[in-house]
Design a binder for this molecule. Structure first.
Ligand code: CO
Length: 471
């Protein structure tokens, strides 16, 4: 019998980033992660996604941890496994576009502290917003992966996806990720999509999806059969629901096939045993909402990410207008069309969702436009795949408003020096200026906390030195 060509599927483990971001609001601490990374390092993962996304903000704001310190501890522990982060293009890990010098310095320091693979995306799939980060990653000898925000709509034909894939390859990316944040990619569609992408480019293709709509593991199976190179999964205690398909399940699925990962299920079981009590604790404390673990069919019906649905619910609740929920859900696709049909991912999902709420509650569309809606219409976020609705542009920003057509960051002067000056009294390491750039207020609160902790430790050391108990 002829040998079947072996093509082991590669796996990116997300439990240290997306999985806990999606299920427990990014609250896993470094202390909870460190004891298990030695075992995780032996699995044979293609990479471990463990940094970036919301972890940076959550570490500082809620856990009082230095995210850079967490990264260095990961680097010490993971001796054989590549470390991966998620990076929001020109917005880095924050919520506004930064000057190129900040983006470049952030990439440089991420790689210097241990990141191997940088997954870079933009909410409009405007590649101009990714170029600086990709070039910086190339320069630092990091792996630059460009992630396409996957979405549905008239503009998003197979030609759109294959064309943009070719442009990504041309811009110097080392691989492409299809980032399906809402779980909209259906299994048979994945077959077509992966086959077309593999035809279009030579660089590896990775698929990232969420279990929200219940189809994700079938989608992976079809994608793997169609030749995808890498899939993103999470260890079972933090899998399914709004997170990724379970690592152990995908590993078992491909056992004995040409796609066999060769991973040791006994080792995976030990890792799952470690994380299960952390999940149970999160369930007991209410941090893990069982609602997030079920299948959310509304994401398929309205093509809206799960996180956006819960945001809309709470916005309407605040206004005492919960009865308008379905009106708002029907307004979302209309607003999205007016704004050039962008994918719905941070921050476009919030912008479209909030405007849809205003349009319904005010009883007149765009009677009140948010600042962010006006910014999108002025081109400050970049170019959308389709043109804006001209009537909406006129109503929101006027007929003669100046529209930005260049790369938005071309209009932002270098800012690193100013930032250094603003924060120099707090500086203890080079990276602190980047922490400050991203979240100025939260960073200063953290720097103060850090100093207070250090004073405490110094006092303890002094006590011991003077005291009668040598240690
Ligand atoms: Co994700």
């Amino acid at each position: 019998m002829a040998d079947i060509e072996k093509k082991p599927i590669k796996i990116t483990e997300t439990i240290l980033r997306d999985a806990h971001q999606s299920l427990i609001a990014t609250r896993m601490t470094t202390e909870q992660m460190l004891p298990i990374i030695d075992k995780m390092d032996k699995v044979g993962y293609h990479s471990v996604e463990c940094w970036g996304g919301a972890t940076f903000d959550a570490s500082l704001r809620f856990l009082k941890e230095d995210p850079w310190d967490r990264l260095r501890k990961f680097r010490d522990g993971f001796k054989n496994t590549k470390l991966q982060m998620l990076f929001r293009g020109q917005n880095i890990l924050g919520y506004r576009p930064y000057a190129d010098d900040v983006v470049e310095y952030f990439v440089q320091k991420s790689v210097a502290n241990g990141i191997d693979i940088i997954r870079i995306f933009d909410c409009l799939n405007d590649l101009r917003n990714l170029q600086t980060a990709v070039t910086a990653a190339n320069k630092e000898k990091g792996h630059a992966q460009v992630a396409l925000s996957y979405t549905l709509g008239d503009a998003y034909t197979m030609e759109y996806w294959t064309d943009i894939a070719k442009r990504i390859e041309d811009m110097g990316a080392d691989s492409i990720c299809i980032k399906d944040m809402a779980g909209l990619l259906l299994p048979y569609k994945a077959t077509d999509m992966i086959a077309a992408m593999k035809d279009a480019v030579n660089i590896p293709i990775q698929l990232h999806t969420h279990y929200t709509s219940g189809v994700a593991s079938m989608t992976y199976m079809k994608a793997v059969e169609a030749g995808v190179d890498v899939i993103d999964t999470a260890m079972s205690p933090f899998a399914l629901g709004t997170s990724q398909p379970a690592t152990e399940v995908m590993v078992e699925t491909f056992k004995g096939t040409p796609y066999d990962t060769g991973f040791d299920q006994a080792l995976l079981a030990e890792i799952a045993d470690y994380f299960r009590p952390i999940r149970d604790e999160a369930l007991d404390s209410g941090l893990l909402n069982p609602k997030n673990l079920g299948v959310n069919i509304k994401t398929l019906l309205y093509q809206v990410p799960g996180g956006m649905l819960s945001n809309l619910t709470s916005q309407l609740k605040e206004q005492g207008a919960e009865d308008k929920y379905y009106d708002v859900l029907e307004e979302v696709p209309r607003v999205r069309k007016d704004l050039g049909e962008p994918p719905l991912v941070t921050p476009s999902s919030q912008i479209v969702g909030t405007q849809a709420v205003f349009n319904v509650l005010m009883g007149e569309r765009y009677k009140m436009a948010t600042k962010e809606t006006k910014d999108v219409l002025s081109g400050k976020y970049g170019a959308t795949v389709k043109p804006f609705n001209p009537e909406v542009v006129e109503k929101c920003i006027g007929k003669d408003a100046e529209i930005i057509t260049c790369r938005p960051a071309d209009l932002i002067p270098d800012e690193l020096e100013t930032l250094e000056n603003e924060m120099k009294q707090w500086k203890q390491q080079d990276e602190d200026v980047l922490t400050y750039a991203l979240f100025p207020q939260v960073a200063v609160d953290f720097f103060k906390y850090r100093e207070a902790q250090q004073t405490k430790v110094d006092a303890t050391v002094a006590d011991t030195e003077d005291g009668a108990y040598p240690v």
